[in-house]
Design a protein. Structure first.
Length: 173
């Protein structure tokens, strides 16, 4: 696999890989993505499947060690000959953010990316708000297009908004 550079990322984004696409968010080998306007926080309410939706068009104060699910504002369409990885921007990590290691994007994926974020601080709140640039997309060119792209085999293709786990964690029999 080869990491796509800024020129290749601009080319792929112009073809619709990231929508909406802001050319100013492209770095030498990644594209910054922004937060959408809703997050899910844990809830004890039995009727909510353990989650409560919060609007973050106005800042929300994330407690120390609190875990949330968020979404990118952008829709990502990964071509069959690419794969992607969502990683935390270094400035976000230095501010106290952490992103779970669930950021791999298979060839053929289409949708908004659900982010698993935590305030790693021990004592202080972190402010979360729509439009923040916390994560970046790194793309890799495959040696051949995928024979079974995600739109044929994936569970979360075409997802929009924050999408909790479908709890499909059981062994395949």
């Amino acid at each position: 696999m080869v990491v796509l550079n800024d020129s290749a990322l601009h080319h792929e984004a112009d073809k619709g890989m990231v929508t909406p696409y802001n050319p100013l968010h492209v770095s030498p080998c990644s594209i910054d993505l922004t937060l959408g306007d809703k997050i899910l926080i844990e809830s004890l309410d039995q009727n909510s499947n353990g989650w409560c939706e919060i609007d973050i068009t106005k800042p929300y104060q994330l407690k120390p060690k609190q875990f949330i699910l968020a979404t990118t504002a952008e829709t990502v369409r990964i071509p069959d000959d690419l794969s992607g990885q969502i990683i935390l921007r270094s400035s976000a990590a230095r501010a106290g953010w952490n992103h779970a290691l669930a950021g791999w994007i298979d060839p053929g994926f289409n949708g908004q990316i659900t982010l698993e974020l935590t305030n790693q601080k021990q004592l202080n709140f972190l402010e979360v708000q729509a439009g923040m640039r916390l994560v970046q997309l790194v793309c890799f060119r495959l040696n051949f297009p995928a024979s079974s792209p995600y739109y044929k085999v994936g569970n979360y293709c075409d997802q929009q908004g924050v999408t909790p786990s479908n709890n499909n964690l059981q062994p395949i029999t």
